[in-house]
Write a protein that binds this ligand. Structure first.
Ligand code: 5AD
Ligand code: SF4
Length: 446
């Protein structure tokens, strides 16, 4: 092992994509902190710039290339900076990135995070470093450094697994993040306790497919059992999790919605499509009917549960009628929000081998617009439905736009803005909703 890097180095991390990447970036900051790095918000001031990248859709990947262009220009103009690419694009492209960009110093995939210090040291010593090895699943070294929580922070993510063993045919994640491994539940509970000790009250358990947690580790808790264990931690007030898969939504998780008041009444459950043929070709392993059954069971267990989802439109071969099935599912479930995307062909994914014709871009675009318009109507109807009612809001901090206005979320994840001050942060207060918009509401304290 070489000496720690001399003190007072600054790292700037540009994070793209999902909450897994956000989490990895936080862990990278925490780990580099032990080598004397401090985080900076200004790339122009950094000794090390890392791009933590996402390859889920082509657009995400393009964004990273244009940002990289900016940082390379700064280096060309004389800033003595080490530049690295981490995350899913790094895993996917590997050496090709080093070949393409001669001034790039470091490329490492998601499994490089646990030994990022070593990689950064070598890169700062002038080596060009590549690490896209996957680590052994049985001994996967989940990073245990807990990020320092600032004294206003309300919620924190806790990773419970890495990778994904599903093979959804459109998805690049199993390639970039590798096979699934579950972190030990005792380590998870310890991290939750450490966060709560620092004042955090809301815990979001994250993973690519959280409800398959523990199933492949003999003796480990199931996901439902983990929910009970986290709920038992004193000081935890609200538990969320993302992302779960309909295929693994068991009765025990449904039961947890009856038993655990701390479990949020908001669930993000990606359905992707409302058509059975498309679902089969996506290899999602459930039918529309089963998905509706799950929704009904969940709402029976927790009557005020609200749901959001992900949709892909224009999957290869999707006909107009099949897309209609997605439109009707949206209404039938009454999702209060959704992320929807045009299908984007990804390198190495099984969907590339499907014989079905690609849906023309303008057709997919028109479908997406229809879906999003209808979603907007449903979202704002739900938000406006709160007008005049009093809701409990867990306060997060200043609202982004108005001075003197603070914001927070309900248990159902509705963002409410209302006049107040920072003494209310981390407290739950009753607020009367005066006006609902598409995604947020306004209110006043009662
Ligand atoms: N094209 C479009 N959307 C995709 N997603 C994943 N892969 C693709 C792809 N190739 C979407 C899915 C998933 C979300 C995170 O991103 O809806 O749930
Ligand atoms: Fe991708 Fe499917 Fe795994 Fe989600 S569950 S990460 S969509 S393969």
């Amino acid at each position: 092992m070489s000496e720690p890097i001399s003190a007072e180095k600054k790292v700037f991390i540009h994070t793209f994509g999902c909450q897994m990447n956000e989490y990895d970036s936080a862990k990278i900051r925490a780990k580099l902190g032990t080598d004397g790095f401090t985080a900076t918000q200004d790339p122009g001031d950094a000794d090390l710039i890392l791009l933590n990248t996402c390859s889920i859709r082509d657009k995400a990947e393009q964004k990273m290339h244009s940002a990289l262009g900016e940082y390379r220009r700064m280096k060309k103009n004389g800033q003595p900076v080490t530049i690295g690419i981490a995350g899913c694009v790094a895993q996917q492209e590997g050496d090709a990135l080093l070949k393409r960009y001669s001034d790039l110093d470091l490329v490492f995939g998601p499994d490089g995070v646990p030994h990022v210090n070593q990689l950064v040291r070598e890169a700062m010593d002038g080596k060009r470093v590549l690490d896209t090895e996957f680590l052994d699943l049985e001994t996967y070294p989940f990073v245990t450094e807990v990020e320092t929580v600032d004294d206003q922070q309300v919620g924190a993510f806790v990773t419970i697994q890495k990778g994904c063993d599903n093979k959804c045919t459109f998805c690049i994640v199993p390639t970039t993040r590798g096979a699934e491994a579950s972190r030990s539940s005792s380590q998870i509970v310890d991290e939750v306790k450490a966060l709560v000790d620092q004042g955090v009250v809301e815990i979001t358990l994250i993973g690519q497919n959280v409800n398959s947690y523990g199933l492949k580790t003999p003796g480990e808790k199931t996901f439902a059992e983990l929910l009970y264990a986290v709920s038992d931690v004193e000081g935890v007030e609200r538990i969320r999790y993302t992302t779960s898969h309909p295929r693994d939504m068991g009765d025990d998780v449904v039961q947890a919605y009856r038993d655990l008041p701390k479990l949020s009444s908001y669930l993000h459950l990606p359905v992707q499509s409302g058509n059975n043929r498309i679902l089969r070709r996506m290899k999602r392993y459930y039918k529309r009917e089963r998905f509706l059954e799950i929704c009904a069971a969940l709402k029976d267990a927790r009557p005020d549960l609200v749901m959001t989802t992900d949709f892909i439109v224009g999957f290869p071969g999707e006909t107009e009628e099949q897309f209609e099935d997605t439109m009707t599912l949206l209404d039938e479930v009454g999702f209060i929000g959704s992320y929807s995307f045009k299908y984007s062909p990804r390198p190495g994914t099984p969907a590339l081998r499907l014989k079905d014709p690609l849906v023309p871009n303008d057709v997919a675009g028109a479908r997406l617009t229809r879906l999003q318009n209808r979603q907007r109507e449903l979202s704002s109807a739900w938000t406006r439905g709160h007008e005049g009612k009093v809701v409990d809001v867990l306060v997060e901090g200043w609202s982004r736009h108005d001075p003197g206005v603070i914001c927070g979320r309900t248990d159902t994840n509705l963002m409410v803005n209302f006049p107040g001050d920072l003494s209310l942060v981390r407290k739950t207060v009753p607020v009367r909703v005066t006006r609902g918009f598409t995604h947020t509401a306004r209110g006043e304290r009662v």
